[in-house]
Design a protein around this ligand. Structure first.
Ligand SMILES: [Zn+2]
Length: 336
């Protein structure tokens, strides 16, 4: 017996559904990002729950609708939504689902206080975001599209009107099992994970990914040391030693999780060494340093992600007393 019924024979392609455990299924939902898909989890047991929601695009709405339908559900069936973090590809449809189904929307307390605020206050925060990049050497010309891009991204997010906090250590019932709420900061300040100890199964979203290293960046409103946060998260995941993890992209399920955590720890250690060596040779601001860290040709917006990631590494070294920074009248210059 299969865990879910076969999809109906229609013209639409079959939803990409993977059984995870019991009544919990992973749906691959298309997103217009290089990763191609984001994982949305559906638990058909009561309360019917979605974990993450994808971006608000017609394709994503359709994919979720088809996924729900093939499990005998509809938008109205959803009773609870848990969002792992506020990034648009995970949070985008939360408000629409809340509106259509009356579902309660849950996030980690840290994310409600920080990242989730962005979707309500983005216009007020925008000048601060631009200032942050300019202060770290990004040329004015490379910021020309920044506000427009923020607006485009905002248009694909329907924030929930009310978000109920979860706290690290809480227990969440899912697929008839108890899951511990984890705080896994780094990729986002308030990134949430769910841990099922008996099955050693981690719902990790973007806290750990196969194939790509999750972006860990210092932004205008980030916690001060996102890389330090992320290295602790990786150590935590390594210590948990999950049998499997459900991941946000390139999944839905991966094994070899502790090994991947060690790889990512080594990757960031290498990055820190590269930065130490570069700054010992030449003082630089984060924008120029980002070309040392990410030498390949990047779009203007990807370069900003690269700057934020470079900055997370530079600030990590600064907060650990290994490098300094001085204001040159226009931007911060890091030196060793
Ligand atoms: Zn993501």
């Amino acid at each position: 017996m299969t865990r879910h019924s076969d999809p109906p024979a229609t013209a639409t392609p079959a939803p990409r559904l993977t059984p995870v455990t019991g009544t919990l299924h992973a749906l691959q939902v298309p997103i217009p990002y290089p990763m191609g898909y984001v994982t949305v989890l559906i638990d058909t047991a009561s309360p019917v729950t979605l974990i993450d929601t994808a971006l608000d695009t017609p394709e994503a709405r359709q994919a979720i609708e088809d996924g729900l339908h093939s499990l005998g559900l509809h938008w109205e069936s959803i009773e609870r939504v848990i969002v792992t973090h506020h990034h648009p590809d995970h949070y985008g449809l939360a408000g629409l689902i809340e509106e259509r189904s009356g579902a309660t929307v849950h996030m980690l307390d840290v994310d409600i206080a920080r990242g989730e605020q962005y979707w309500h206050r983005w216009e007020e925060w925008l000048p601060g975001h631009s200032r942050h990049f300019l202060d770290h050497g990004v040329p004015e010309a490379s910021m020309a599209d920044h506000d427009q891009e923020a607006r485009r991204s905002r248009a694909r997010v329907r924030p929930a009107t009310r978000v109920t906090p979860l706290h690290a250590g809480d227990t969440v019932r899912l697929a008839g099992l108890d899951w511990e709420v984890l705080w896994l900061p780094g990729h986002a300040d308030g990134h949430l994970g769910l841990w099922q100890a008996g099955e050693r199964l981690l719902i990790a979203a973007d806290a750990i990914l196969p194939r790509i290293s999750p972006n860990v960046g210092l932004y205008a409103y980030s916690r001060p040391d996102p890389l330090g946060d992320y290295l602790s998260t990786l150590a935590r995941i390594e210590a948990l030693d999950p049998a499997r993890a459900v991941v946000g992209h390139y999944g839905p399920v991966m094994d070899g999780v502790a090994e991947r955590a060690r790889e990512l720890l080594a990757h960031h250690a290498e990055r820190l060494d590269l930065l130490r060596a570069s700054l010992a040779a030449t003082p630089m601001h984060a924008y120029d340093l980002s070309f040392v860290m990410f030498p390949r040709d990047l779009s203007v917006s990807s370069r900003r992600f690269a700057v934020a990631e470079t900055l997370a590494h530079a600030e990590y070294l600064r907060l650990h007393g290994e490098v300094g920074r001085r204001w040159d009248g226009r931007s911060w210059v890091y030196f060793r």
